[in-house]
Ligand binder design. Structure first.
Ligand SMILES: [Zn+2]
Ligand SMILES: [Zn+2]
Length: 376
């Protein structure tokens, strides 16, 4: 298929996906639709035991290159005012995953016309990015075991249309989350000596957790320990039995991740014991930091140059991206593309300019082809 036709078809795909967003783990119709587009174009899909999402492929033999998009939407109501806005309150493609899916389908349709390829391209339509579960599900199938380089593309509303953004090394942060229940002993507020007060435990924890960054972290290592939610109590005259704190941890280096987890357990346990209570600590390890290999970022920059797209170094960020799970096993690069400056991702007014597909699809096609050549 001529590339202009692939782009036109990808735009229609984008509008349709945008109208019909599905939440993480619920992408059943989206998966069916992607399968339909692929089968209409004779692009085979691997038989995998994924609940939602799929992996397709083009070409055969070595080398093997993978390109990943994500397909899930967010639980929020769209306020973009677009003619093709979500038809469902409480569901919106506010992170541009519909744009990523349309881009990868456009890349697939174009490559389909370039057969035979000089190797294999695996096309990953990944579910459940927003809850950070999907990449691990795809990896567990083993379908990526022979992949030599992996690319991921994400839109970005902070740059003009067609700007290519990446950087060697860390590009996003590792994301861990914690929930701590403090158990004390309730009493009448006028008899504090008969209580073990969980509110005192929470207050101490909130204070002492700040010392993880100020006293335990090397000053040149970026780390966030954020307490974002606390709760306890029912009335002014009751010392409650329990209370909780929740928060998020962002970091770049694995040694910082380990240290912060250890300190959270140590502080929470110590504080609870100090005030006569107990702490029950839940700690969920999310993705590590995305970590781009310099040579693949350089290739992306070269392709951007050749395509007349401006390339810019990604700014420092500790936002999370589960593409990092792939990079623990496979070298590669996470790349963003500017989709027009406007309200950012996860905002109800977010929009990705569909005309960016004019840039994203040729860029992706050229990148994949160049990677196949580079690996020979
Ligand atoms: Zn998102
Ligand atoms: Zn996203």
């Amino acid at each position: 298929m001529e590339i202009r036709r692939s782009i036109a078809e990808a735009k229609e795909i984008f509008y349709r996906l945008h109208r019909h967003p599905e939440l993480s783990g619920q992408e059943f119709k989206t998966t069916e639709y992607i399968k339909q587009v692929l089968s209409d174009n004779d692009i085979p899909v691997y038989p995998l035991s994924l609940n939602t999402g799929l992996v397709a492929h083009l070409g055969c033999g070595k080398p093997v290159v993978a390109f990943r998009c994500d397909i899930d939407a967010l639980p929020m109501t769209e306020e973009s005012g677009l003619a093709y806005a979500s038809e469902y309150p409480g569901r919106m493609h506010a992170c541009g995953h519909d744009f990523h899916t349309a881009s990868l389908l456009g890349i697939a349709l174009t490559l389909r016309n370039c057969l035979p390829l000089q190797g294999t391209v695996k096309l990953i339509f990944q579910p459940e990015e927003e809850n950070m579960a999907g990449a691990r599900q795809v990896l567990q199938t083993g379908i990526l075991d022979d992949v030599e380089v992996i690319f991921g593309l994400h839109c970005c509303a902070a740059y003009p249309k067609g700007t290519v953004i990446s950087r060697p090394g860390f590009m996003n942060g590792a994301v861990d989350e914690f929930h701590i229940d403090f158990y004390g002993n309730g009493a009448h507020a006028c008899r504090p000596h008969q209580s073990a007060d969980p509110i005192i435990m929470i207050a101490s924890f909130v204070q002492e957790a700040q010392t993880i960054v100020s006293r335990n972290t090397a000053p040149f290592h970026p780390v966030v320990v954020g307490i974002t939610r606390i709760g306890s109590g029912t009335a002014k005259n009751i010392i409650p039995e329990t209370g909780f704190v929740e928060g998020t941890v962002r970091s770049l280096y694995p040694e910082d991740r380990r240290m912060i987890k250890e300190r959270i357990f140590c502080l929470a346990g110590g504080i609870a014991a100090n005030y006569g209570g107990k702490a029950d600590i839940g700690f969920v390890e999310g993705p590590p930091a995305t970590n781009n290999e310099a040579s693949w970022v350089a290739l992306a920059e070269k392709i951007a140059d050749e395509q007349g797209l401006p390339f810019t170094k990604a700014p420092d960020s500790l936002s999370g991206e589960d593409f990092a799970f792939y990079q623990q096993k496979i070298p590669g690069a996470f790349i963003q593309i500017g989709t027009g400056i406007g309200p950012m991702m996860h905002n109800p007014a977010f929009r990705a300019d569909p005309d960016t597909l004019n840039d994203a699809i040729p860029f992706g096609v050229a990148l994949v082809k160049a990677a196949l050549v580079a690996l020979r």
